[in-house]
Write a protein that binds this ligand. Structure first.
Ligand code: UDP
Length: 315
């Protein structure tokens, strides 16, 4: 009998990262079920896959149960509003997709005996007191602050994943994603990368929140996707940090965007959002050792490609 294609379910498949994962798995010859309720995802991100016979889109909110007929090999749980602006706009759906959505997707993986991979986040470290952040650090999260809806949902998502691993023997992987950027980010998702690029494109002042001394480490989407696929096929369960350890202040980043854009933009200062982490940089020793993974794309290069993409795709 001919070997059948592997089948993967990707929740949040019409989002920024989810859609790049759909591309990767279609390219690798898998059958893809892309599940999204489109609250922050967009059909535009997957329109080029619509006619592929190995691609199926299911519009569904996975905070409710999802039934799919036939075998499934991998469940990749990527659905969630992911930018601070988005999760503040959708606090209850964010909590539900991290908790009920995770429960439903773990149930699906258990039923189908599928491998389960959950997209967790550097936000589980909160405003970290340890720098850089290792997977063994437990974090410094304010559960009742505005970011709590996302951070605690993801922490719950990790906890329920461990419980299904321990008690139901589901084959699970936990991935902690640090700031990632690239084509298909929403121009209005409020994150620093699309904000600054949009502002520079329109000669508006770049809005630095606080002093601009806070740091982030930006990973290009293609590096992240490679890390995700390696984790999926590895024999470690995580949590594993995947991110780029090159750390920049937001001020440095703003200057870089201005330099790389044809713009008259200046910088203005706005107030810092509550509980905004002061510093963030992944320790990627684990990923290097077990996945033989390191990011390849330097910020200048990835930013060039991202600016070009926004200029071609957004007016
Ligand atoms: N930020 C900023 N100006 C903006 C948007 C964001 O200075 O227009 C800052 C924000 O306060 C944070 C950093 O950039 O310190 C990264 O913010 P983002 O929303 O991209 O994601 P976060 O890493 O905070 O989840």
């Amino acid at each position: 009998m001919a070997k059948r294609k592997k089948i993967v379910v990707i929740t949040g498949g019409a989002g920024f990262l989810g859609s790049h994962l759909c591309d990767r798995f279609i390219g690798d010859g898998l059958k893809v079920f892309c599940v999204d309720n489109l609250i922050t995802g967009s059909m535009k991100n997957i329109k080029h896959l619509k006619n592929d016979k190995n691609f199926e889109f299911i519009k569904h909110n996975i905070s409710q149960e999802l039934f799919i007929k036939g075998p499934i090999d991998y469940v990749m749980h990527f659905a969630s509003p992911a930018s601070p602006v988005d999760y503040l706009k959708h606090p209850i759906p964010t909590l539900k997709v991290g908790s009920l959505g995770s429960h439903n997707m773990l149930g699906l993986a258990k039923l189908k005996k599928a491998r389960y991979l959950v997209a967790s986040t550097s936000e589980v470290y909160g405003d970290p007191e340890v720098h850089p952040q290792k997977e063994t650090y437990w974090g410094n999260v304010n559960p009742v602050g505005p970011r709590g809806v996302y951070d605690e949902a993801k922490r719950f998502a990790e906890a329920i994943t461990m419980a299904y691993r321990t008690y139901h023997k589901v084959d699970t992987k936990i991935l902690r994603i640090f700031n990632t950027y690239g084509p298909r980010m929403r121009i209005n998702d409020g994150r620093v990368v699309p904000n600054f690029i949009y502002q520079a494109m329109h000669n508006k002042s770049l809005t630095i929140y606080g002093t601009g001394k806070q740091t982030r480490s930006f990973c290009y989407y293609s590096d992240l996707v490679e890390g995700i696929v390696r984790l999926l096929h590895s024999n470690i369960s995580g949590p594993v940090n995947i991110g780029n350890p090159d750390e920049f202040t937001i001020m440095q980043f703003a200057k870089m965007v201005i330099k790389m854009s044809d713009t008259k933009s200046k910088i203005i200062y706005k107030s810092l959002p509550v509980d905004d982490p002061k510093q963030r940089k992944p320790d990627i020793t684990l990923a290097k050792k077990h996945l033989k993974w390191t990011p390849k794309v330097k910020l200048e290069q990835g930013l060039r490609d991202t600016i070009d993409w926004f200029e071609e795709n957004i007016s």
